[in-house]
Design a protein around this ligand. Structure first.
Ligand code: AKB
Length: 319
């Protein structure tokens, strides 16, 4: 991995992943791919090349791969779970037609491809505790449908054409650089912003709803480590369960109150997000990722909370 195209480089994951790969491969071209209206700014724009990269435009993607001799594509273009329920056809177009374009370009030009899956690829019939790597995947959200199809199509391109496709199933990702937009797990990011700004938090997910969560530095490490893993050790490819922590809103509230005892949270449960959350695992079993490519998280809830609060205080200039 030397010359890399990150599609969706200005999103929650992309804005940090692009910078991390640029740091790891200063000798390579690490292209920040974006769509109109989501142009890179600041350090992301200044530290390397940027190109319009709409997954629905195969010719545009092929031209970037040729221009920068791209060997690896990180495909982060997606509508998240709640917004995909509002715009299912657009979600299908971006997530499926877009993926097909990327896989075809990768097949023709010999690129490896990382297209993340998610806890959203599971559904109500999936075992919710210690969710196995290989289990029932019958999601009922459009996001989930596209994530299962992404896993299958990525495996198909590997088995049929030898395209080096690899992926993880991301938990809800908690970060402090770029906000997520339209996900079911977004509450676990927004709660920290509210606490640090001294605001009350209105939680859209009910007490007692457990979901897998992960701090962004671990998610970035997973994405890079998997793409650099020895392929001969990989029994699975699309996609590996990875886990770091599992909590419900009450546990998170209590953890934040260790830092802000006056922090207030009340519930206004969003039925769309709640139905999605109820269908997702409480806690995945990530033993295959650990065994096949050495996955291990660094951050638990304590370490993440300490770092989130410190980073957000700095971001907002709060002493
Ligand atoms: C979402 O909530 O939609 C995402 C995810 C877990 O895939 N953060």
């Amino acid at each position: 991995m030397k010359n890399v195209l990150v599609i969706g480089s200005t999103g929650q994951i992309g804005s940090e992943l692009t910078m991390k790969i640029r740091g790891l491969h200063p000798e390579g071209n690490v292209v920040a791919g974006y769509i109109p209206g989501a142009e890179p700014k600041g350090i992301l724009l200044e530290s390397g090349p940027a190109e319009l990269a709409d997954v629905r435009n195969a010719a545009q993607l092929a031209a970037i791969v040729d221009k920068y001799h791209i060997d690896t594509i990180y495909n982060l273009a997606a509508l998240l779970s709640a917004v995909a329920e509002r715009k299912p056809l657009l979600a299908w177009d971006i997530q499926m037609n877009g993926l097909l374009n990327i896989l075809e370009v990768a097949r023709e030009k010999g690129c490896a491809v990382f297209t993340p899956s998610s806890i959203g690829s599971f559904g109500p019939e999936t075992p919710h505790v210690d969710t196995p790597q290989d289990t029932i995947q019958r999601p009922r959200s459009m996001y989930g449908v596209t994530k299962v199809a992404t896993e299958l199509l990525s495996d198909y391109y590997f088995h049929k054409y030898g395209v080096d496709t690899r992926a993880v199933r991301f938990p809800g990702l908690i970060s402090n650089v770029t906000l997520p937009g339209g996900g079911t797990t977004d509450y676990a990011v927004e709660i920290y912003y509210a606490a640090v700004k001294g605001e009350e938090f209105v939680c859209p997910i009910a007490a007692g709803t457990y979901m897998d969560m992960m701090y962004m530095p671990d998610a970035l490490k997973a994405a890079v480590d998997l793409m650099e893993a020895d392929p001969s050790k990989l029994i699975h490819r699309n996609a590996f369960n990875i886990a770091a922590m599992s909590f419900d809103p009450e546990i998170l509230r209590a953890k934040i109150q260790e830092y802000y005892p006056d922090f207030k949270m009340r519930y206004e449960v969003d039925p769309v997000r709640q139905a999605i959350a109820d269908s997702w695992p409480d806690k995945m079993d990530d033993s295959c990722a650990r065994a096949e490519w050495g996955w291990a998280p660094t951050y638990g809830l304590d370490e993440m909370t300490r770092d989130m609060i410190a980073c957000l205080k700095k971001k907002f200039g709060i002493a």
